[in-house]
Ligand binder design. Structure first.
Ligand code: NAP
Length: 240
């Protein structure tokens, strides 16, 4: 039977690219979203990938959502923690809400979702967890103390959980995308985005499909010895 993959924030942007890549490769795929039901409906109708709404920053919502998926589709084999937000601003203007929302949605979500799947993955002796971090969690970014801290946290979380689960056939890796052409990036003012693209050695934005292809690689059974790694996909913009 085909393995089951769940992609959080899989109805738009990078998550949608990942979900499509997984489906094309033959996985059974389900996705989640936060609140944009119209976009989710369009996505599910065009891809025939079911979408479920819950807030990944809410521990109980994740536990209930995963319990429902387990009951309806069986064990989740691949989890992609992709849902994320930005609330940019210099620290001297950042509110506790801007800080808290970004930490909860980008970092605490990894705890919430992994906590809900890890025991069954360990028990079945197979699992692939792929956490979507960011170039800005590695190098820092003006106006993103909250986001850079959350994404750096995702990388530390990935390494620690990889150590815990390596002997159970479960791998946990991170992908650190550079600038990928999605709604999140199109929200950046045009002149600033032009400057960013000029600073990318490839002289273009990345695509969601390019991240999807990397997820396929890490999700594969043959990638079982890759664990705790962070894969940079950024057109050469930052190398670590
Ligand atoms: N785009 C980039 O250049 C870039 C670069 C590096 C890293 N990343 C990371 O890649 C991931 C995807 O980014 P993107 O650009 O594709 O974002 P996006 O286009 O804004 O899409 C975000 C997705 O996450 C969902 N989401 C947001 N908050 C949620 C919540 N609290 N609970 C459940 N789902 C939630 C959204 O659902 P709704 O549609 O319902 O709002 C949407 O499906 C994020 O983690 C981001 O930080 C992006």
């Amino acid at each position: 039977m085909a393995r089951l993959a769940l992609v959080t924030g899989g109805t738009r942007g990078i998550g949608a690219g990942i979900a499509r890549s997984l489906k094309e490769k033959g996985y059974n795929v389900v996705v989640t979203y936060g609140g944009n039901a119209k976009k989710a409906k369009e996505f599910s109708e065009s891809t025939h990938i079911p979408s479920y709404q819950w807030d990944v920053s809410d521990f109980q919502a994740c536990a209930s959502g995963i319990a429902h998926i387990h009951e309806k589709y069986g064990q989740i084999d691949i989890l992609v923690n992709n849902a994320g937000i930005t609330r940019d601003g210099f620290l001297h203007k950042m509110t506790p809400e801007m800080w808290g929302d970004v930490i909860q949605t980008n970092l605490t979500s990894c705890f919430n979702m992994c906590r809900a799947v890890i025991e069954t993955m360990r028990n079945q002796g197979f699992g692939r967890i792929i956490n979507i971090a960011s170039i800005n969690g590695l190098k820092g970014q003006i106006g993103q103390t909250n986001y850079s801290a959350a994404k750096a946290g995702v990388i530390g979380f990935t390494k620690a959980l990889a150590l815990e689960s390596a002997n159970k056939g479960v791998t946990i890796n991170a992908i650190a995308p550079g600038y990928i052409d999605t709604d999140m990036i199109q929200a950046i003012p045009g002149s600033v985005l032009d400057q960013i693209v000029a600073g990318i050695p490839s002289k273009r934005l990345g695509t969601a499909n390019e991240i999807g292809q990397a997820v396929l690689f890490l999700a594969d059974e043959s990638s079982g010895f890759i664990n705790g790694a962070t894969l940079n996909i950024n057109g050469g913009q930052y190398m670590s």
